[in-house]
Design a binder for this molecule. Sequence first.
Ligand SMILES: C[S@@+](CC[C@H](N)C(=O)[O-])C[C@H]1O[C@@H](n2cnc3c(N)ncnc32)[C@H](O)[C@@H]1O
Length: 197
Amino acid sequence: MQENLVNDIVELYKEKKWKDIVEKYHDHPDRNKLLWVFPSEENLSFLRKHLQRLRCDKVLSIGCGSGLLEWIITEATGIPVSGVEIDGAWWHCKYAPPTFIPLLFTANKLERDIITLLQESHNTALLFCYFNNREAFKEYLKYFSGKVVVIIGPANGKGVHTDPRPFGGISEEWILYHSQEVRDSKDFIAIYSRNCL
Ligand SMILES: C[S@@+](CC[C@H](N)C(=O)[O-])C[C@H]1O[C@@H](n2cnc3c(N)ncnc32)[C@H](O)[C@@H]1O
């Protein structure tokens, strides 16, 4: 069943049918194999509208996993999304999921090219979807020069732990600009902007 899900999504990806992917698989029991949150078309319009308002012309997704969400956002919004993952044997093993965008790899300690990318990310939104590593999150933010951070994850009450959470607060430097629930899943997309005052 799990293999079918992966194969079916890969086929739809090849045909660029992202709408079919989000509609058919958002509540599939094995969906986490490829992606934790399947946004609706409404969610993707919400993202496009607010990223454009905040003048973001790129997104850099940290801990992007297979990159399926990143590919869907790129296709649906026209805003290019690249993704960073932890380098490791996992991505080269036969059980690893397929990848839908080219991944940028880093070691646990951020590498120089990723630090430079973060420092030069002025019109970029930094995205974390179901990220679960507070220390690494702080490290990415330390170098990030952009003004927008998007956190997608479970609200309190969903019974799933991530860190950061969408409404857990980042630091006083970041203000919640807007948020939207992903369907009625108790997962939320929270957009933060840098407090420039
Ligand atoms: C729960 S998964 C979420 C994957 C994907 N964003 C999704 O929503 O399906 C968390 C991901 O973060 C990655 N990760 C953990 N620490 C990281 C770090 N320091 N830098 C980049 N990625 C990291 C893990 O390898 C894993 O793929």
